[in-house]
Each structure stands twice: as C-alpha cells, then as structure tokens.
Design a protein around this ligand. Structure first.
Ligand code: ATP
Ligand code: MG
Length: 416
C-alpha cells in the first residue's frame, strides 16, 4: 500500500460524482476503489479519460443501491451508474480464468467469475493498469508492482506474458497503445513473445479488432502507435493488403503517416475525427491498386466505376479481419469514388460537387494525397479556390447536411 503522502494524487482532481459513488458503496459496507486507467493517469499527473470503479458489491447489489443505474454487458455484467451528467462503470471484483475457462489455444472464453480484489488485480493486463485508489484515506493499493513500473516508464504484463497474450491476443495491441500514449517502453519479457504470437490476432473477432484499431489510431498518439505496430510487424495482421501495398509504394506509406499525424493534431485541438476518413486512408493503397487492375481508361467516369468496384472488393476482403459499422465503410467508399471527379482537369457540375455531403471529406483526402506526393497539388489548390468564391456550397444543402451529421453524431454517442 502506498499512503497518500507518498504519491501525488490530490482528491480534488477526482470527479466529485464518482467520489460520491465510492462513498455510497462504502457506506453500504462494500469495499470500493477507483481502478485502471484513471489511477494510472492521475499518478502521472494526466487528466483521466474516465473514472472506473471496482467493488466487492455484486451487480444486483450495485443496482439496488443506485436508482440511476442499469446492468449491462454480455461478456461480463457490470453496472452503469449515472451521476450528474455522466455515467460511471462500476464493476464487481472478478477472478481471472480458472481451469475450464480457457478454450483451444488458451483463449479466454468467459471471465465473469467474481473474486477478491487481489484476484481482480492479477486478471488485469499490465501492472500500471492494476492500481487501486482508496478514497477513504487516499492510499493506492499495488498488488503487482505497478508503482515501480509507472516510475520507470515500463509496460509490463501481469504474469507470464505469453500466457496472457494467448488468453487475449488484443493485449499485444494494448501494450503498443499504452506505450505510445504514455511514452513508456514495453519491458523486454513483455515484448519478447509478440513476434511469435502476433498471428493469434487473426483469431480475434473482427468487430473487436476494429474497435481496438480505432483506439490505437484515435488515442491522440496514432503516429507513435504506428511506430509500435511497425516494430512488431503487426500491420500485416490487421490490414494485410495495406501492409503489402505500402511495402511496395512509399507514397502509400506517406499518406498513412500524414493521415495519422493529422488525426493526432485534430484530437489535440479537440476537433472530431471520423473513423470513415481513417479507413479511407488506411485502405487507399489496396483500393487504388485494385482499381488499376480493373483496367479502365483515364476518363473520370470509367475510373470512378473501377474505384467503386475496387472499394467493394477491398472492403469485403478486409471485413474478414476488421469489421466496421456500415456508416464508416460507406463514408470511405464515397471518399474514394469522389476522387476522380476532383482529379479531373475539366470538372463538371462544380457547384453540385461542392454541395455533395461528402465533398469536404473527399477534398481533404485529395489534399492528403497531394501532401503524400501524388501529383495533385494543382488540383487541390483549384478546389480550394473553387470553394472560396461564388462557387461555394449551397447554403440549404449545407444546412441539411449539418443536421444529418448532428443526428448521426448523437447516435454514435448513444451507442458508445
Ligand atoms: P484508457 O485510458 O485508454 O481508457 P484504460 O486503462 O482505462 O485506458 P480500458 O480499455 O478502459 O483501458 O480498460 C480499463 C481497465 O480494464 C484496464 O486498465 C485494465 O485494468 C482492464 N482491462 C481492459 N482490457 C483488458 C484486457 N483485454 N485484459 C485484461 N485487462 C483488461
Ligand atoms: Mg478506460
């Protein structure tokens, strides 16, 4: 245990509402702690993304204690407790796996066996993610050596790294993500098995893998995450055709890097980032390569059709590895298929193009391609100009598009 006097967490940096949740659980006789990323981030002097609670209370006991709560979760049940305008995750201490919980190859099938707080700590992924903050006296509980690793800037797996990766291969990506986000090193033994075990990522359900890719590239540290991905040669496991394409074409590589740098900048500026745009950048190489083999003239229309067919095929192939919500793939597809219209030296229906709901994204993508070394600077400048003068977007179309976009954003937030 590390007493409050020996670490730098000051209670007023903790959300008031979550402190009330902790106090109510404590008042009802249940042990309760802050846990995971928030404790790690508080100790590092960073603002936590969210505050998660771990408690001895069972989900139904949490539910009974908080009128504004509901139980969620298929893989494991936990409570969402609403306090103020926010929702906090309150999870019951769980033991990791015991014999029988692991499937073929050691993959963890279910992990919803309740346990003690020590068991809850050791089933977590990395030591720096397994620290517990006790709001009663401000102390930090450390069952796995997380404090020392935090001080040393080390990502270290809890237990045998190879066993932990076999249980859940996504932990390999998480190691890369936390190292990038925190500016930490991955400790030697935690690194070592990744090269051999990375093929296990191919067995991860495609929807979960996509979520993890989004976390990697929307963490605000996407560029650094890509470095980690490269170090362990993980891109072929996530986006095999992209890996192949950027290996052959350095411009594809440059485009991807640019896109990630821009994403990081937008996040730093608190601007929204769109997964559809990210997908467009990630998969542009394979889509463009395919479109070329589909043999078309250089007329914009032929190329547009070739790109559409290429997009569908590339998306179908990629969906076996990472599957994404339809609205993201639809956006990527629109961005790609609008490129010929923007590349054209004699663009027709300029007003209509600019008023198109995806024009802005498609134009940004054209600029990205130009920055990455495709000979499109002059075209990008032309469209910049075209938007500037009277040929700007039709205000009515803009308004209705904005309204649509707002609705979509709300839906996304609700789903999250
Ligand atoms: P972030 O700041 O990115 O949210 P986080 O540490 O809070 O980082 P989450 O994915 O929100 O990460 O998970 C919360 C906690 O749950 C982690 O800190 C870790 O203790 C535990 N955890 C999450 N995913 C896993 C996993 N795949 N295996 C083991 N433990 C996990
Ligand atoms: Mg978190």
């Amino acid at each position: 245990m590390v007493p409050a006097s020996e670490h730098g967490i000051s209670p007023d940096r903790i959300d008031r509402n979550v402190r009330q949740i902790l106090a109510r659980l404590d008042g009802a006789g249940f042990e309760a702690y802050l846990v995971g990323g928030c404790v790690r981030d508080l100790l590092l002097g960073r603002a936590p993304k969210d505050f998660d609670v771990a408690t001895a209370a069972r989900p139904d006991e949490v539910r009974a204690l908080f009128p504004r709560s509901r139980l969620i979760g298929r893989r494991f049940r936990l409570a969402h407790v609403r306090a103020g305008r926010e929702v906090f995750e309150v999870a019951t201490f769980r033991a990791g796996h015991e014999a029988g919980a692991a499937g073929p190859g050691g993959m963890l099938l279910h992990d919803n066996v309740y346990g003690t707080r020590e068991e809850d700590a050791v089933r977590r992924d990395f030591t720096v993610n397994a620290l517990y903050y006790d709001d009663r006296d401000g102390s930090v509980l450390d069952f796995t050596g997380g404090m020392a690793d935090l001080d040393a800037g080390r990502i270290r797996a809890i237990g045998d790294p190879a066993v932990r990766y076999r249980e859940d291969p996504v932990r390999m990506l998480r190691a890369v993500r936390f190292a990038a986000k925190l500016g930490f090193r991955i400790e030697a033994q935690t690194q070592a098995p990744i090269f051999d075990l990375s093929p296990l990522l191919e067995g991860v359900p495609a929807a979960r893998l996509f979520e993890e890719v989004l976390k990697l590239f929307q963490s605000g540290h996407a560029r650094e995450s890509l470095r980690g991905i490269d170090r362990f040669d993980l891109l072929p496991r996530l986006y095999p055709e992209t890996a192949e394409s950027v290996r052959r074409d350095p411009r594809g590589r440059a485009l991807l890097e640019r896109a990630l740098v821009n994403t990081d900048r937008r996040i730093a500026e608190n601007l929204p980032v769109s997964p559809g745009f990210l997908v467009a950048a990630l998969m542009w190489g394979p889509v463009r390569d395919r479109a070329e083999t589909f043999g078309e003239g250089d007329r914009a229309r032929g190329r547009g059709e070739a790109l559409a067919a290429a997009a569908d095929e590339a998306l179908a192939v990629q969906a076996k590895r990472t599957s994404m919500p339809r609205r993201f793939s639809a956006m990527a597809r629109d961005i790609w298929t609008m490129q010929p219209r923007l590349e054209s030296r004699r663009p027709r229906r300029v007003d209509l193009t600019i008023a198109h709901p995806r024009f802005r994204a498609a134009y940004d993508f054209l600029c990205l391609r130009a920055e990455a070394g495709e000979p499109l600077e002059e075209r990008a400048a032309w469209w910049t100009e075209a938007q500037g003068d009277g040929a700007g977007p039709d205000p009515a179309a803009e308004r209705s598009h904005r309204r649509r976009r707002r609705r979509r954003t709300n839906r996304r937030n609700r789903a999250a």
